[in-house]
Design a protein around this ligand. Structure first.
Ligand SMILES: Nc1ncnc2c1ncn2[C@@H]1O[C@H](COP(=O)(O)OP(=O)(O)OP(=O)(O)O)[C@@H](O)[C@H]1O
Ligand SMILES: [Mg+2]
Length: 260
């Protein structure tokens, strides 16, 4: 699957293998959400795929606001907002997407799920990992998902307060792979880049690790992108400069030291 970053997909040998899990790790404001949205948008528009964006950090409205400010033509694809009421989803299965054969983007935001769950306590053995898994599984059965974005794993951990996060994580990654979806899991990394994820297992468990950072050279800040690892491919692991211009992500070879 293409990441829809000009000059970068080519370096990965066309994109990433289908049905794998990629961790998108980046410091704050490095366009993690926008980059993942861009993948979903283009896969729906060009390849008629069905994508799910689970937004645990931002509301639907805030996410759409950011994507409109980046000039995504949201009218070009079918975008639907859903909650977590499974009986509603099942009842309206045929109306969930206008035409599933043409693909579509389903967005679930935490605010809506929270409102629906308000007053209903989670069972003692339930947590947000279970809720997220159930939602993905349900949509896979109802409409046949191709791509899932979780924004972010960091938020999922904070919400879940797991007693045994490592075991839960292991099964969560297994679950995503078994379900035959291509997943992108966003992870917030601290500014000093001392770690790439909330739990050190995440980069090991993932098939791919895409890293987004910023650097300042002579007070000019630029965005950087690199594929730190990509299992079973011969990807170029170099660091590239990332640009967003004219509605497109572009990677430029960043290996050269600028002339002072
Ligand atoms: N046209 C543009 N070109 C480049 N950057 C832009 C453009 N429009 C907005 N931005 C930047 O995009 C950033 C926000 O992008 P996004 O929300 O995708 O980042 P993020 O990594 O998900 O952030 P967060 O850490 O808040 O989740 C902002 O820092 C903003 O300055
Ligand atoms: Mg974000």
């Amino acid at each position: 699957m293409k990441l829809h970053i000009e000059g970068f997909d080519e370096e990965l040998g066309g994109g990433i293998p289908l049905n794998t899990v990629t961790l998108v790790a980046g410091t704050t404001g490095t366009m993690k959400s926008s980059l993942c949205f861009n993948i979903l948008f283009n896969e729906v528009r060009l390849n008629k795929k069905i994508g799910l964006y689970i937004s645990l950090e931002e509301t639907f409205e805030s996410l759409m606001g950011q994507m409109l400010s980046l000039n995504f033509d949201l009218k070009a694809i079918d975008v639907v907002k859903i909650g977590y009421d499974f009986s509603e989803l099942r009842k309206n299965k045929d109306r969930l997407l206008k035409n599933p054969a043409k693909g579509g983007l389903i967005i679930s935001d935490l605010g809506l799920v929270r409102r629906e769950l308000a007053g209903k306590e989670l069972a003692p053995n339930e947590n947000w990992f279970h809720i997220t898994k159930a939602l993905i599984k349900e949509l896979k059965e109802l409409v046949g998902l191709d791509i899932v974005v979780i924004d972010s794993m960091s938020a999922l951990h904070v919400l879940s307060q797991l007693e045994n996060p490592r075991v839960t994580l292991f099964y969560f990654f297994e679950f995503l792979r078994d379900l035959q979806v291509t997943s992108f899991l966003i992870s917030e990394i601290p500014h000093d880049e001392s770690k790439l994820s909330t739990f050190e297992e995440e980069p090991y468990l993932a098939d791919g690790l895409l890293k987004l950072t910023t650097t300042d050279r002579h007070r000019k800040v630029s965005r950087e992108i690199s594929m730190v690892k990509l299992r079973s491919t011969n990807a170029n692991l170099d660091v590239f400069t990332l640009e967003f211009k004219g509605g497109k992500f572009r990677a430029l070879y960043g290996g050269q030291v600028p002339v002072v």
